[in-house]
Write a protein that binds this ligand. Structure first.
Ligand code: MLT
Length: 250
């Protein structure tokens, strides 16, 4: 009997919301069961926030959602912070995960400088406000090609960041600062894995994605031409094509 296709669970990055996944929801949603929740505090999710939202807490929320939706088999698609959360989910509930897509993310933990920058981000979210954060982040999130292509993408991403809650942004920044180094853990990953990144990702160097793909047995690495850190928005055509191909095995 043919194996039923698992549900695709899209996990957004920081400090964004589920609308990040609109091109994937529209396209893959025609052929697969898809879920793209707002993580706690982001978008329409006004859940209570602790001081630090660790990757484990987000993963717990996702497990509750899947239980509520009676989903037993899932392919996790995490972009950047979403990738950190996907790895935490797989670590905790390996029996539910049929496949893993790690987009524009990394396995390493923050170094000392990185932790300092997270604390500054948490302070700035409160003190300066999300509009200022958004202006500063957009040039780092998009490739120069996307920034100069005259599309509405840059203003859409800026608006997406600007509408997030400072509290959620600060809690996520503190949570990311606490995440463990999963570089060696990757060797235990036993599910089919696709590692995707953009050739112009300014936040996650290509070597980071290459190292993840090398560490996970059988993983495939795909580098999307012209894309930066938000590769799924910048090259939805290629991103969706590779994701659909990955899903074909079911
Ligand atoms: C993201 O896009 O989720 C962030 O760049 C992740 C991070 O800051 O480490």
């Amino acid at each position: 009997m043919a194996q039923r296709s698992p549900t695709l669970l899209f996990i957004h990055g920081f400090p964004l919301d589920s609308t990040l996944w609109r091109p994937q929801m529209q396209d893959l949603g025609r052929t697969h069961r898809v879920l793209a929740p707002d993580l706690r505090g982001f978008g329409a999710n006004a859940g209570d926030l602790p001081e630090a939202m660790t990757m484990e807490l987000y993963a717990n929320d996702l497990k509750d959602l899947l239980d509520h939706e009676r989903v037993e088999d899932v392919v996790l698609v995490g972009l950047s912070m979403g990738g950190y959360i996907a790895m935490s989910f797989l670590d905790q509930w390996p029996g539910m995960v049929r496949g893993l897509v790690l987009a524009n993310t990394r396995a390493g933990a923050d170094d000392k400088e990185g932790v300092k920058a997270r604390m500054e981000m948490a302070r700035n979210a409160h003190d300066k406000g999300m509009a200022v954060i958004a202006k500063g982040m957009v040039p780092k999130l998009l490739s120069d090609r996307s920034l100069s292509s005259g599309t509405k993408l840059a203003s859409e991403v800026e608006a997406m960041i600007a509408r997030q809650r400072p509290m959620a942004t600060a809690a996520a920044a503190r949570g990311m600062a606490q995440r463990p180094d999963r570089s060696t853990w990757l060797r235990n990953v036993k599910v089919p894995t696709l590692v995707l990144t953009g050739e112009q990702d300014k936040l996650m160097p290509l070597a980071t994605s290459q190292a993840m793909a090398d560490a996970i047995r059988g993983a495939t690495l795909v580098v999307l031409r012209g894309a930066g850190h938000l590769s799924n928005l910048e090259r939805p055509d290629l991103f969706n094509q590779h994701l659909a191909h990955f899903m074909n095995r079911w």
